[in-house]
Ligand binder design. Structure first.
Ligand code: HEC
Length: 124
């Protein structure tokens, strides 16, 4: 029981170390951390999983660069432009199988850029 918790904190610590070790580009590593901070503090994590499985909103793990089908039947690649629109104008494109329940959380440009870096890092 306790050993499972211990193991997952070791995994978490290893992950952090790996991320730091790989972070030649410290600016983008900071961007991911800032993005995760936005993600947790702005309520995104309440509706979106980053580890798989849908909540109120779609899972965001591994979505960057992948195609998504929208409710109007069109498909679009999840690039920076799409993700910016998904975050700042959530009702413009609605992912198939979901209803337009995502509020415009009023993030500023830096927060949007950081959270997109974070979403991209989930696919890395
Ligand atoms: C109240 C729940 C809710 C909150 C809070 C929320 N979302 Fe969403 N989000 C959704 C739903 C529902 C969808 C699917 C419908 C749509 O596309 O608008 C969605 C869609 C998305 C998509 C497109 C996903 C895809 O598969 O292409 C992204 C990206 C996204 N949200 C990011 C965010 C970020 C970043 C935040 C925090 C700033 C956030 N969301 C906060 C509910 C939420």
């Amino acid at each position: 029981m306790g050993s499972r918790a211990a193991r997952s904190s070791i995994v978490a610590a290893t992950l952090v170390l790996t991320l730091v070790a790989c972070g030649d580009d410290t600016e983008s590593a900071e961007g991911d951390a800032a993005g995760q901070e936005v993600f947790d503090s702005q309520g995104c994590s309440g509706c979106h999983s980053t580890t798989g499985g849908s909540g109120t909103g779609p899972n965001l793990d591994g979505i960057y660069g992948e195609e998504v089908t929208l409710t109007d039947g069109s498909t679009v690649e999840r690039d920076d432009e799409y993700l910016t629109r998904a975050i700042t104008d959530p009702s413009a494109d609605v992912v198939e199988g979901f209803s337009p329940q995502m509020p415009d959380l009023g993030l500023d440009d830096d927060q949007v850029a950081a959270v997109i870096d974070y979403i991209r890092s989930l696919s890395g």
